[in-house]
Design a protein around this ligand. Structure first.
Ligand SMILES: Cc1cc2nc3c(=O)[nH]c(=O)nc-3n(C[C@H](O)[C@H](O)[C@H](O)COP(=O)(O)OP(=O)(O)OC[C@H]3O[C@@H](n4cnc5c(N)ncnc54)[C@H](O)[C@@H]3O)c2cc1C
Length: 478
């Protein structure tokens, strides 16, 4: 079969593009090298839906950020993804910072960011009483929000698959050639796919994919960002996302609530060589801890429950690189999608949809296209009466597997059996939150391994944490 469109990379950008294209009577395939979607930059970032005052007016970053943020709440409603419009603050501690804040304000106005205002110290401390009393003022952006980035990606991929897109996991694109019809032949080590168009949404590897067709017009520098996640007991320390003034490496260290009522602090910023280096470092985490104390001095280190790293795809151009490649018009780059790429992703998807529509005019919308993804059961959010009714229908919802996050066996089975089902422990974790609480999987991890083994028809040592050789059980002692 010849696909009309092959999308390389199932991060939030590729998955949302796949969902937009799934509306139409075309054949689309989404190729992902790993064994799950949302495993690249999409799984580890600040999860902020930025208001859009940072980017230089007239750039893709500026226009697509503001439009993506506008689209985000209705998109998250359609896909049943957690999103909260909590607003953000850039806090200044000196007159120099206030100058930066004023220039962000003017930039934001040019970018058409709604409701922006500069507030003084008194109002700031009214809004956020735990902020350092040395603060002198802030930029307040009520349109900013927070979202669950991996759930957005999983939900978009599920919705795309339900509407007819084929998802091929464990398909690492290794080479791209042309056949006699001028179509692309895309090869992994053990499979091939033919497609008329390619959309390159491969994140930190997008320059490598572009080079496969001879497009060397840009390069990607991986830029590491380390984070600390605090327990829910710290929830309420801030009610909005609190930034410090930006610097040349990015938006600086922030402290923010997450959609699940944890508190996130970070990221550091360091250019690195290795694109998959997700290690955390003592120095990176210390710099995060020390920097954030400038904004909110009294957070409690004891309440840190985990740390992680995300890798930014910093492009050689300062802007997102979106459009037809100069090496082949049927190859569309969606590259250099660093921050605010998550916020912009809904608008990037619509922009790319328009490119495809201009290439394939007259495309028909499928009669049975369904933009809605049903909300999965979230036992912890239900009332006692709702819980009883659910358990009466299916006893698996009456067995708690993850005690920290109140996740039931029924929800874990749903996650494995869903249209883009989990195939490993981290996949279950991202879909249900089992293992994301205070004990970080210490109690529920082995139960999840057992359930996965049963459902996937494999042995305990066939179950992995995140694919490959990341096994929990390596053999018997007796
Ligand atoms: C530290 C940090 C903080 C950030 N904070 C924010 C924020 O608060 N708000 C915001 O708006 N943005 C933020 N961002 C940016 C945002 O996370 C990214 O823009 C977004 O996740 C990019 O998504 P993507 O789909 O382009 O990339 P990815 O999620 O990396 O997806 C690319 C996919 O391509 C796959 N792939 C790679 N090579 C191949 C191959 N050869 N064959 C097949 N598949 C392949 C990968 O496995 C991956 O799944 C942040 C980023 C970082 C790192």
């Amino acid at each position: 079969m010849v696909y009309d469109v092959a999308i390389v990379g199932a991060g939030v950008v590729g998955a949302l593009i796949a969902r937009e294209l799934s509306k139409y009577e075309i054949k689309t395939v989404l190729l992902e090298k790993l064994n799950d979607v949302a495993q690249g930059t999409t799984k580890a970032n600040s999860a902020i839906v930025h208001a859009g005052y940072d980017a230089v007016p007239g750039t893709f970053k500026a226009a697509l950020n503001v439009e993506g943020t506008r689209l985000m709440s209705s998109l998250c409603r359609d896909l049943s993804v957690p999103y909260k419009n909590i607003g953000s603050l850039v806090v200044g501690f000196s007159q120099e910072d206030i100058k930066t804040i004023e220039s962000l304000f003017h930039r934001g106005k040019k970018n058409h960011v709604p409701q922006l205002e500069i507030i003084g110290r008194e109002r700031l401390l009214e809004l956020e009483p735990n902020i350092n009393g040395q603060a002198v003022g802030a930029l307040y952006a009520p349109s900013a929000g927070i979202v669950c980035p991996y759930e957005l990606c999983i939900a978009a991929a599920e919705n795309a698959v339900i509407n007819g897109v084929r998802l091929m996991r464990n398909f690492e694109v290794r080479s791209i050639n042309s056949d006699n019809n001028g179509d692309f032949v895309i090869s992994s080590d053990n499979d091939k796919v033919t497609a008329k168009y390619i959309i390159n949404a491969a994140g930190v590897y997008s320059d490598v994919i572009a080079a496969m067709i001879g497009d060397n017009s840009f390069s990607i520098t991986p830029r590491k960002g380390e984070y600390l996640l605090l327990d829910k007991s710290m929830s309420g320390i801030v009610s909005r996302t609190v930034f410090q003034c930006p610097n040349k490496m990015g938006k600086g260290v922030l402290i923010t609530p997450t959609v699940d009522n944890n508190v996130l602090i970070g990221p550091s910023a360091e250019d690195i060589e290795e694109r998959d280096d997700l290690s955390t470092t003592e120095s990176g985490l210390r710099s995060v801890r020390e920097s954030v104390q400038k904004s909110v001095p009294n957070f409690i280190i004891r309440d840190i429950i985990t740390s992680f790293t995300g890798i930014r795809a910093h492009g050689s151009s300062d802007d997102f690189i979106i459009g037809k490649s100069s090496a082949n018009e049927k190859f569309i780059n969606v590259a250099g999608i660093e921050s605010p790429g998550l916020s912009a992703a809904p608008a990037i998807a619509v922009y790319v949809e328009k490119i495809i529509l201009s290439e394939l005019p007259g495309l028909k919308v499928k009669e049975n296209y369904n933009p809605i993804r049903e909300k999965p059961v979230r036992f912890r959010e239900l009332s006692t009466a709702q819980r009883k009714a659910l358990i009466a229908k299916n006893k698996a919802y009456g067995r708690i597997v993850c005690r920290c996050e109140t996740v039931t066996q029924g929800e874990i089975l749903d996650a494995i059996r869903s249209p883009v089902g989990a195939t490993d422990v981290d996949g279950v974790k991202r879909r249900t939150r089992s293992g994301m609480g205070r004990c970080q999987g210490g109690f529920c991890g082995s139960k999840v391994v057992e359930i996965l083994a049963r459902e996937l028809g494999t042995t305990l040592d066939g179950v992995t944490k995140f694919g490959g050789e990341s096994k929990f059980v390596i053999g018997k002692t007796k």
